[in-house]
Design a binder for this molecule. Structure first.
Ligand SMILES: *[C@@H]1O[C@H](CO)[C@@H](O)[C@H](O)[C@H]1NC(C)=O
Ligand SMILES: *[C@@H]1O[C@H](CO)[C@@H](O)[C@H](O)[C@H]1NC(C)=O
Ligand SMILES: *[C@@H]1O[C@H](CO)[C@@H](O)[C@H](O)[C@H]1NC(C)=O
Ligand SMILES: *[C@@H]1O[C@H](CO)[C@@H](O)[C@H](O)[C@H]1NC(C)=O
Length: 358
């Protein structure tokens, strides 16, 4: 239900504006004060009584949410709230059915997140240019996204190209005019380079998903260096944007109406299950303490929307943590279901960001 604060705000507006409208009909100051007072009391009584009359409060809440309130910001913050349900399918082979859904709680349910089918996803992405840049986690997200919009036959035919190690991949899905690039960018510096390139070309994708960290952790193993790299990525991203984050949606800095903002996402790092990592070097360098230092660097860099930055988090950390050890064979790369969930998180965030409802 809509909170009392919001109803209160609505009431305050009515108390303020109705008498002002009446003033337009030449009421005296005293009469205005009288109307204000009477309205205030009526509304106050109304607000306090509504909880006792379910139908009234239902009406009041739908009315006030329709008129005044936009859940955009709060729903973006809740879009990663996903729970898992692992059902044993064949216990002797340790095979599980992995089902996920958004948390069934009032606040999250009110956002009406939904798993998009092929046709809804195609509608949403119709005519778009998407870029996913990063390491193998990013490649797995691309697989899940394509699995959603392509039929099985086409998916089978591209699989070998898609999985060429350490290479870029491009595909045009002509039926929906969608262009998708995967860019192999194992280090944050590769991402910064990419963003700078878009800036120079004055051309950038509609949706840009970026994420890297694991390579740096293994090969550089220095969280403060990671922090420095993330901050420089953040600066590049902010300078790419036609809207500076501080200005919000108040207006384009350059004054051009044709300028649009790209939708920007950060693909978080997965939880690492140390005992399952497949080399001694990984188990040594990619330990819990180092993981947390890297995670802290991400917070520190203020790259993410939740710390005032430009990128919306696709929370692979919480997805992998909640799915758990049964969802990975090497403690680092997880089952398709995890990346499928991440894709649906992204699509729902896109729906919110673009003010669309299906
Ligand atoms: C599990 O898999 C094994 C080997 O394929 C098979 O023999 C067994 O019947 C399966 N059990 C179930 C419950 O499906
Ligand atoms: C994509 O959009 C174009 C025009 O904007 C439309 O003609 C076409 O039917 C759409 N395709 C899908 C699959 O929605
Ligand atoms: C990514 O960055 C590293 C270090 O800066 C560099 O050595 C490598 O060539 C870059 N890789 C790609 C694919 O751009
Ligand atoms: C880690 O990176 C920071 C920042 O780049 C650098 O100043 C520091 O010397 C590095 N530490 C080690 C042990 O290499």
């Amino acid at each position: 239900m809509i909170g009392g604060v919001q109803l209160g705000l609505l009431a305050a507006c009515v108390v303020l504006f109705v008498p002002m409208l009446m003033a337009g009909w030449h009421l005296s100051r005293n009469k205005m004060l009288f109307f204000s007072g009477a309205l205030f009391i009526t509304l106050a009584v109304g607000v306090h009584l509504t909880p006792y009359f379910p139908s009234v409060s239902g009406f009041a809440s739908s009315f006030s949410s329709f008129v005044v309130f936009d859940h955009r910001d709060s729903c973006i913050n809740l879009v990663n709230e996903i729970v898992w349900d692992l059902k044993p399918k064949n216990t002797s082979l340790e095979i599980y059915d992995k089902n996920w859904d958004w948390v069934n709680s009032g606040k999250v349910s009110a956002c009406e997140f939904q798993k998009l089918g092929k046709s809804d996803a195609s509608d949403l992405l119709n005519g778009s240019w998407l870029v996913v840049a990063g390491d193998s986690q990013a490649r797995l997200v691309v697989v899940s996204l394509l699995r959603l919009v392509l039929d099985e036959q086409r998916m089978d035919s591209i699989r070998s190209d898609l999985f060429k190690r350490h290479s870029d991949y491009n595909i045009a899905v002509d039926e929906i005019g969608m262009k998708l690039d995967f860019i192999w960018a194992p280090y944050v510096s590769n991402l910064t380079h990419l963003v700078k390139k878009y800036k120079v070309k004055r051309n950038y994708p509609d949706v840009l998903v970026m994420g890297s960290g694991l390579w740096h952790m293994l090969h550089v193993n220095n969280a403060s260096d990671y922090d420095v790299r993330l901050q420089s990525l953040k600066n590049s991203v902010v300078s790419l944007l036609p809207f500076s984050p501080e200005l919000g949606t108040n207006g384009p800095v350059t004054g051009s109406v044709s300028i649009r903002s790209p939708h920007l996402f950060w693909l978080g790092m997965p939880m690492l299950i140390n005992g399952m990592l497949n080399t001694g070097e990984k188990r040594g360098k990619m330990n819990d303490a180092m993981w947390h230092a890297y995670d802290k660097a991400l917070g520190n860099s203020k790259l993410l929307r939740q710390t005032g930055g430009p990128l919306i988090l696709l929370d692979i950390q919480s997805l992998t943590w909640n799915c758990g050890p049964r969802c990975t064979v090497d403690g680092m790369h997880y089952d398709g279901a995890v990346y499928e969930a991440a894709v649906h998180v992204m699509l729902n965030a896109l729906l919110i960001e673009s003010h669309q409802r299906l």
